[in-house]
Each structure stands twice: as structure tokens, then as C-alpha cells.
Design a binder for this molecule. Structure first.
Ligand code: PNS
Length: 180
């Protein structure tokens, strides 16, 4: 029986969808280690330290959740921590193929089992990538991310040319604005 599980991801940045999965997984294990991958393939918007800070603040209310970073293979990180269960959120069928491949590879490599949490329908459309894109072009992402992440996104994109930020609840279409 495993008392600890690892919930891995890029978390660039953590969204309310991630948080929902983390909160729910944390109720099923004595300890949940949120593993933040250092080397995200493409250049991350937030560096590792900032991603960890944002994860720390978003999960501060969860006593049994630990935030850690890892590099290289997930199964190696699991081995170092003595963990054999990985938890991943599944948003839609489109996630399934790649998640199944990863789960099967991790099982083959190191006997690590993957448990899937079905993402709440409230967040099934949410991804870090979309959140960044909406924020980059001035959309309101306050419903989708923890407050510190919202502040971080606003700071990242403040003052960038061709991009503007909007107040929560307002629309992003100014009357008379020509289509690009
Ligand atoms: O948030 P993401 O980007 O969907 O998370 C993907 C992640 C970090 C879980 C996955 O890319 C991963 O485990 N990377 C570590 C390298 C590794 O172990 N690759 C083989 C996976 S079968």
C-alpha cells in the first residue's frame, strides 16, 4: 500500500484545473508530492523558481501536499522518493492517448502505476497554454487561475507591445476596434 503519490507536471503556470486535481488527490493519500518538471521542452513563461513559488502559494492550505522539482525521468524522481503511484488529471478523450502511453511507459520502466483523476467539467477546457494565450492578449483569466498566478501573468505581460490587459469581467472587444 502506498501512502504517498506524485502528481507531476510542467505547471507553467498552475491553473485551477491543476489545483482541483491536486486537492482531490490529496484526500486519497497521506502525502502528495507535486513534482514540477524543470526542463519544460519549450521555453517556459515562468522559470522553475517562480513556478514552484506559485504552486506553494496555491497549495498552502493543503497540509499533506509537498512541492518539489524534478529533472529527467519521472520514474527516477519517484524512485528517489520511494513512490510508486503517479496521479494525473484527464480532461478529455484527447488527453487519453498520450496519457495512456506515458502511464504504460512508466509502468514498464519502473513498475510505477498511474491513477487518473477525471477533471471537473468546470475545468475540462482549461490548460496552462490557453491561459497564457488569453492573458497575453489581454483576456481576463481570473476565473481560471489562483490569484497569485493572475498577478504573475499580469506582471509578465504588462507593457508588452500589441498586448493589453483587461479588468476582470470586462470584455476585450473595444467598440470600433478594427479586426486584425
Ligand atoms: O504538465 P505536463 O506538461 O502535461 O506534464 C508532463 C510530464 C511532466 C508529466 C511529463 O512530460 C514527464 O513526466 N516528463 C518527465 C520526463 C519523463 O519521464 N518522460 C517519459 C514519460 S513516459
Amino acid at each position: 500500500m502506498s501512502e504517498t503519490a506524485v502528481c507531476p507536471g510542467s505547471f507553467d503556470p498552475v491553473t485551477n484545473g491543476h489545483l482541483d486535481v491536486i486537492e482531490r488527490a490529496a484526500t486519497h493519500f497521506e502525502r502528495l508530492i507535486v513534482g514540477c518538471l524543470r526542463n519544460v521542452g519549450k521555453r517556459p513563461l515562468f522559470d522553475l523558481e517562480r513556478r514552484l513559488e506559485l504552486l506553494e502559494s496555491a497549495t498552502a492550505h493543503l497540509d499533506n501536499v509537498e512541492i518539489a522539482s524534478f529533472d529527467g525521468l519521472l520514474v527516477e524522481f519517484c524512485r528517489r522518493r520511494g513512490v510508486r503511484i503517479v496521479v494525473r488529471g484527464l480532461r478529455a478523450v484527447s488527453d487519453f492517448e498520450s496519457e495512456l502511453e506515458m502511464a504504460q511507459m512508466n509502468h514498464r520502466l519502473a513498475d510505477v502505476e498511474t491513477f487518473f483523476v477525471a477533471t471537473s467539467p468546470l475545468y475540462s477546457f482549461l490548460s496552462s497554454t490557453l491561459v497564457k494565450e488569453v492573458a497575453r492578449f489581454g483576456g481576463d483569466v481570473t476565473p481560471f487561475v489562483p490569484p497569485a498566478v493572475n498577478d504573475g501573468l499580469r506582471a509578465q505581460f504588462a507593457g508588452r507591445s500589441g498586448e493589453r490587459l483587461m479588468e476582470p469581467g470586462s470584455t476585450n472587444v473595444a467598440e470600433g476596434t478594427p479586426h486584425e
